[in-house]
Ligand binder design. Structure first.
Ligand SMILES: [Ca+2]
Length: 228
């Protein structure tokens, strides 16, 4: 009987030790991860990532030794890239022309382009001032060797119309204005011929009162390419 009691206590002690060990094992970090007691590396299809969130501006620096940027786009979805070149004689250009039409015939003014240069006009700002009841038409024309024959001829002339919008009447003068982003090429020289920008304006009727068109041209000049 005594032997049986001792044997039973021994079994209870062993069971108690095993139970404590089991609880400790169940609470270990490894078992929390995968329940197997072994730490597994992250699967390639489900890599561990860090949610990188930062308030305020980001600063991204290029490695000066490599200094390249690659954009992973497909051929059917290319990223538009504009190559900027410098040192080709580019120079900012801005000029204003004024004409004072008095009737339905065109009055004109001439803008000289620097010798041997191509003027690229990127913006025009225009205003037409007329007596109330009259309207004004404004346009300008330029030249570029459109037919590529190296000769300045009538086929090289190009017209550009300016769409004015009525602004109202101010102190007895009606005002219409426009501001357009444009892309206009104007060569000063084609072959042996020399050209510029001609502004012209006319009225929808005759008047002896004040009428005036002003156009500001903004852009740049550069060397005319040798081969076009
Ligand atoms: Ca030509």
């Amino acid at each position: 009987m005594l032997k049986q009691i001792i044997h039973t206590r021994a079994l209870l002690l062993i069971a108690s030790i095993l139970g404590i060990t089991g609880i400790a094992a169940a609470q270990s970090p490894e078992n929390k991860e995968n329940g197997s007691g072994k730490t597994q590396p992250p699967a390639a299809s489900n890599p561990r990532t860090v949610n990188a969130v930062q308030s305020g501006p980001w600063t991204v620096r290029l490695d000066q030794a490599k200094n390249t940027v690659r954009v992973a786009n497909t051929d059917v979805e290319p990223v538009p890239v504009k190559i900027m070149t410098t040192g080709s004689g580019k120079k900012a250009f801005q000029a204003r022309l004024v004409v004072a039409p008095q009737g339905e015939g065109f009055a004109s003014a001439f803008l000289q382009i620097p010798a041997g240069k191509r003027l690229i006009i990127e913006n025009i700002s225009a205003v037409g001032r007329t007596p109330p009841g009259l309207r004004m038409e404004i346009n300008f024309f330029t030249y570029i060797d459109n037919n590529g024959d190296g000769v300045g001829d009538i086929s090289d002339i190009v017209f550009h119309r300016i769409a004015l919008i009525d602004q109202g009447t101010f102190l007895g003068t009606s005002v219409a204005s426009a501001n357009h982003n444009v892309l206009v090429f104007a060569d000063e020289q084609i072959g042996t011929g020399h050209f510029g920008v001609t502004l012209q304006a006319r009225l929808s009727g005759s008047t002896t009162e004040f009428a005036q068109a002003q156009v500001t041209f903004s852009g740049y000049v550069e060397d005319i390419p040798a081969i076009q």
